[in-house]
Write a protein that binds this ligand. Sequence first.
Ligand SMILES: NC(=O)c1ccc[n+]([C@@H]2O[C@H](COP(=O)([O-])OP(=O)(O)OC[C@H]3O[C@@H](n4cnc5c(N)ncnc54)[C@H](O)[C@@H]3O)[C@@H](O)[C@H]2O)c1
Length: 255
Amino acid sequence: MMGNLEGKIAIVTGAGRGIGQQISKKLAERGAKVAVVDLKAEWCEETCAMVAAVGSEALALGCNVAVSDEVNACVKAVLDKFGRIDIMVNNAGITKDGLLMRMSDEDWDAVLNVNLKGTFLFTRAVARPMMKNKSADGVQEGGSIVNLASVVGIMGNAGQANYTASKGGVIALTKTTAKELGSRNIRCNAVAPGFIQSKMTDVLPDDVKKAYMDTIPLRRFGTADDIAKCVAFLVSPEAEYITGQIISVNGGMIG
Ligand SMILES: NC(=O)c1ccc[n+]([C@@H]2O[C@H](COP(=O)([O-])OP(=O)(O)OC[C@H]3O[C@@H](n4cnc5c(N)ncnc54)[C@H](O)[C@@H]3O)[C@@H](O)[C@H]2O)c1
């Protein structure tokens, strides 16, 4: 399994910390060179160091995924540096929770713009470069796109109208992308994490954590590494016949 992404070029958005950071590290461990993208290039330094530490090469890029011109410039910068794009991981995501009756237009738009439009913009921008990937004997090599969805994009969740709608949209976009680009051997799948341990979730009250834990058959919260392992599988040759799928990585939570 180690090394099965040798020679591949990957872009990971929202990669300065959290799940995106672990995904970048995992892809690098398996041999991919990684364009590490976050809102500011300097936020990518720690992740780039992690990629270098496992013997691969990183490129730090500042880009707001919700802004078309910035996304297109980012993809061009990756092509200028590495010459091709094989793997796209649309991981950047935000929450702005609140009950829908009180949700502002601004909070709705902000979450939809980053989580859903950002995923669309990067998918559109990498599609053509991925179509051009051909082996020396002309075989269409295509590429692989993985989008970050969420268990709540499948189930819904009170207080997250904007976030759940954005992730439900990501799920539908994933299936459409797989249908449109499949003939070029470009695969597109989504990972739907459940409750992932993070700085954000660590501060939840104990009774809230226990209520979540009671819904998880494997009796532990997930880690960023659990998600990274699934992404690394989906972009690898091991998953060459898998496209248009939503893979739940949630310890068995419903969904
Ligand atoms: N943590 C969880 O429990 C969980 C559960 C389900 C799904 N997810 C999804 O996984 C992904 C990663 O989550 P995380 O917990 O690591 O989040 P995080 O907040 O720790 O990291 C997100 C990163 O995205 C970056 N980002 C935010 N807006 C951006 C923009 N406009 N352009 C570029 N980068 C931007 C942030 O700077 C940050 O580095 C998200 O899509 C999230 O919705 C997380």
